[in-house]
Design a protein around this ligand. Sequence first.
Ligand code: CAA
Length: 385
Amino acid sequence: MAFDCTLSREQEMVRETVRAFAEDVLKPRAAALDRTREFPHDNYRRAAALNLTGMMVPEAYGGAGFDAVSYVIAIEEVSRACASTGVVLSVNNSLFCGPILKYGSEEQKRRYLVPHARGERIGAYCLTEPGSGSDAAALRTSAVRRGDRYVLSGNKVFVTNGVAAHTFIVYATIDAKLRHRGISAFIVERDFPGLRTGKPEHKMGITASGSVEIVLEACEVPAGNLLGAEGEGFKIAMNTLDGGRIGIAAQALGIGAAALEESLAYSRSRQAFGAPIAQLQAIQWKLADMATELEAARLLAYRAAWARDHLERYSLEASMAKLFASEACMRAAKEGVQIHGGYGYINEYTVERLFRDAKITEIYEGTSEIQRLVIAKEILKGGPA
Ligand code: CAA
């Protein structure tokens, strides 16, 4: 089946429903959440009631059974109103439910996937460490088998949802010298002995997404909580990130769309040189570029989502979507501030928050440099490098 970017009636309905939720519930709270940095528990509960916490999980496991294009649409709409809530949902959907659905045993699906997909629980993903970010295979958190348990020791940082999560997927190595071949994935509950949260991360943007350090001090994990096979963890982490990057592309689209919307409204109402600034060609060109780049990013994100549903491996499509959408988002946010002039630099105006929120989309779930590396590797495959 070939990629067709025409949205179905069901996908259009997802957009209508989530846009109404975002406008009525999320948008009025977004500035306060940004200020207080409180985890958006109530937003999460209400998103769960709309089946937005396990969107691509089959109904039999507590999810909504939607396709990935619907997921992109939903995360874009949520992020248009509140980028923190966007990533909170993206992590539970893509980085937590995704790998358990794909690699989990039936018992793990019943025990963990069902309550997280229903949104009764919150999931997190622990890959990054103080000494390893882009070079994920260099992680040092250790896993030692002792009888019917594994003992995990190490520190994970920048863990989105970490302050509120009930369950974490933790990547650890049986022998760091083996690099990616030594890594395994574990499902770790918050109250397993030896797991605690460390220092909260005070971030520039998406301030309400509950990022925190997770400390594992000889944390005991039952052997039955190994996700996939021993040594399969790196592939699970990478495959999961292919899906996660589509969610971040969608989040970037939402932030960028909000920047465009704010800029259109401001340029229609702001007067300069005797007319609304929307009549100045300097402003029109900025608006035109923002709209065009965001539409191109949207199509790349839909194509990546389609690939996720139809292809075994979709690293190329996911990285292209994430790279282009995040850079288009950053440019849109930057121009949005510029169009607002001095007001754009004041935190009473939404574009100031959007500018801070936009930056992370070029960094997490693989920096733009890592996306270029993945894309280059994929397009060089099959021929001399
Ligand atoms: N799917 C399945 N397998 C994959 C894969 C994928 N997408 N990518 C690589 N692999 C496999 C390879 O086939 C290879 O397998 P073999 O051993 O069988 O040959 C193996 O994994 C190793 O692959 P590479 O040699 O390509 O690995 P590398 O060490 O060169 O690393 C990398 C590649 C792309 C740089 C990777 O380390 C990477 O993506 N780094 C960025 C990490 C990242 O995105 N971190 C984000 C943290 S999570 C986060 O931000 C969450 C949040 O808070 C929102």
